[in-house]
Write a protein that binds this ligand. Structure first.
Ligand SMILES: [Fe+2]
Length: 100
């Protein structure tokens, strides 16, 4: 989604990001990928044009892969964070009575 109010939109940062800034930028990127998925699937579900439906489905799938790309990077940048996700995953599985 275009977000031209962001200081980096269309420009590089005048200095290099420190590690915490990079972690926040990666989290923001993950959220942006989810937003893109929402947009493309909403558009797909709102049209009857078959070519558009096919392309939007394909592109939404690409965005889901990008979520995985950024999650992998986040794990490298912030290795302890995966324990929170694992705890949340296991808690939800327990609440829903699922094994995994
Ligand atoms: Fe993407």
């Amino acid at each position: 989604m275009p977000e031209f109010s962001q200081p980096f939109s269309g420009n590089k940062c005048e200095r290099k990001l420190d590690k915490n800034e990079l972690i926040r930028a990666v989290r923001f990127s993950i959220a942006s990928e989810f937003e893109a998925i929402q947009l493309y699937e909403q558009l797909r579900d709102s049209t009857e044009d078959e070519n558009a439906k096919k392309l939007l489905t394909e592109v939404a799938g690409d965005e889901k892969e990008h979520v995985g790309n950024f999650l992998r990077l986040l794990k490298e940048l912030c290795p302890d964070e995966k324990d929170f996700y694992k705890d949340g995953w296991e808690e939800a599985s327990e609440v829903m009575g699922l094994k995994d």
